[in-house]
Design a protein around this ligand. Structure first.
Ligand code: BES
Ligand code: MN
Ligand code: MN
Length: 467
């Protein structure tokens, strides 16, 4: 008996039941650190988050804990390699979060976590600190009760995922041996619509670009010059209309050339998912859904490539009126990509199309701001079956195999640099408001997710992964 009169737990489940309050306090402490990777003013907070995670890893008994420099925000590495003969898994999560604006739409402050209606509400609760924390607590429960993990574990937690820096790729390339494993486990995805347990089997890639249209060197009086001088904002509008048809087809020559369809089996499994278009529409708050002809909504948001305008600006945006021809106009464009499209080839084609669409009287340029490759996992890999059994044990329902429209550029990096099969073991709910005000994580997903991770390590220990 301990001094509190509670018998020390002898199995992970009993341990988790006894330590729930402490676990929440520890999660809240991590969520309170505003580790916003995109804002340089928060660089110190990112470092503080990395150090807090490292201290946690040391406290629960991980070895070789290191906060390593990458040139951007640091990565946290640790391992536990005493499960002789058992497989080795590399766990990846990110500790950085998205900016919080618009702040006024948060019902509680983003870095003051609270539980409201069964959800842990805070920036990063779902994406991705909450999921990172689940791994820490799973390791803690195993080491505290059994004194050992069933598998060898390496963890890699990064702080630049949301700001799409290339630093991690370089760091992974330089640390290949240290990161070698039999399987990679990435917890940065979520369940299916309706919070149905799911394992993600593909993510889309991304190309992020900016279009700048330049007209006269300064704004001109639209009365004195209008009619004879091309308006950069209108030229930009023409360019954008020429990139995507009203029906949703992308009008960039060659854009679809490398799109690799799913196999018939993959397609059947995917199109059988219980997707409710109307519920999805209501969640978005729009009067009607839109998209590429010949494809279902579930396909449009996950396995088809897209082109979107993320922002546009030009000329006068203040109160009242001002009569000008603006000197310049700009747009931020992103394309979600699917295998085998690449950001580089897509950028070349986008640039060529923009230049072709640019009317005389203005000049246009396209800069690439970021990119990441799409990813598909090996569905037949034995680790996938192990993960499926683990999720079923913890949540009581076998997970669906789903395809995600979001992007995790590091997946392609881990696959290429480390030759790792990857399991995307994520626990967010599509309704978690990731990147938006009032982000949260369903408390039950957090709690059962820790159990699923523990089951997964136990399952992996008895799975033949045939390196
Ligand atoms: N965790 C997300 C990726 C994701 C999105 C998974 C939706 C499952 C569903 C990740 O943190 C993210 O936001 N990625 C960015 C990538 C970008 C910053 C390069 C994205 O998808 O916009
Ligand atoms: Mn994420
Ligand atoms: Mn994100």
């Amino acid at each position: 008996m301990t001094s509190t009169g509670v018998r020390p737990a002898t199995d992970p489940e009993a341990y988790l039941r006894q330590t729930q309050d402490r676990r929440m306090a520890s999660l809240f402490e991590l969520l309170r650190i505003p580790s916003i990777s995109a804002l340089s003013a928060h660089a110190g907070d990112s470092r503080r988050a990395a150090q807090a995670i490292a201290a946690d890893l040391r406290g629960i008994g991980m070895d070789h804990v290191e906060v390593a420099e990458t040139g951007a925000h640091p990565v946290v590495y640790a391992d536990w390699l005493h499960a002789e003969g058992a497989p080795t898994a590399l766990v990846y999560c990110h500790y950085d979060v998205q900016p919080v604006d618009p702040l006024e739409l948060w019902e509680s402050p983003p870095f003051e976590p609270v539980v409201i209606d069964g959800r842990i509400v805070a920036r990063g609760a779902a994406d991705d600190k909450g999921q990172l924390h689940m791994h820490l607590r799973a390791i803690e429960a195993l080491l505290a009760t059994r004194g050992a993990l069933p598998v060898n574990l390496k963890v890699l937690f990064e702080g630049d995922e949301e700001s799409s820096a290339d630093h991690l790729e370089t760091w992974v390339g330089a640390n290949r041996e240290r990161l070698a494993a039999d399987v990679g486990v990435v917890s940065d995805t979520g369940f299916f619509e309706g919070n149905l347990p799911a394992i993600t089997v593909s993510t889309r890639g991304i190309l992020y670009a900016q279009i700048d249209v330049l007209g006269p060197p300064t704004d001109l009086h639209s009365g004195a010059f209008g009619g004879a001088v091309e308006n950069p904002a209108i030229a930009l509008a023409h360019i954008i209309v020429g990139l995507k048809a009203v029906d949703g087809r992308i009008l960039i020559p060659g854009f679809y050339d490398e799109v690799l369809p799913l196999t018939p089996d993959e397609h059947t499994a995917f199109s059988d998912l219980p997707f409710d278009d109307d519920a999805f529409r209501r969640e978005t708050g729009v009067p009607a859904l839109a998209g590429e002809p010949g494809y279902m909504t579930v396909e449009r948001v996950a396995i088809r490539p897209t082109l979107d305008v993320n922002g546009m600006w030009a000329g006068f945006e203040g109160e009242g009126t001002k009569t000008i021809i603006p000197a310049h106009a700009h747009a931020k464009i992103s394309c979600r990509l699917v295998p085998d499209q690449t950001p580089d080839a897509t950028y070349e084609r986008l640039e060529a199309r923009v230049l072709e669409l640019t009317p005389p009287g203005v000049s246009a340029s396209v800069q690439m701001l970021g990119g990441g490759l799409p990813f598909r996992s090996k569905i037949d890999h034995p680790a996938m079956a192990a993960a499926s059994r683990a999720v079923e044990s913890a949540f009581g329902i076998a997970p669906l195999f789903t395809r995600e429209g979001g992007s995790i550029p590091v997946l392609a990096t881990l696959g290429r640099e480390l030759q790792l099969p990857l399991v995307l073991l994520g626990f967010a709910n599509p309704d978690d408001h990731a990147h938006a005000p009032n982000e949260g994580l369903v408390l039950d997903n957090y709690e059962n997710g820790i159990r699923a991770i523990i089951h997964f390590w136990d399952e992996l220990a008895v799975t033949d992964l045939a390196r």
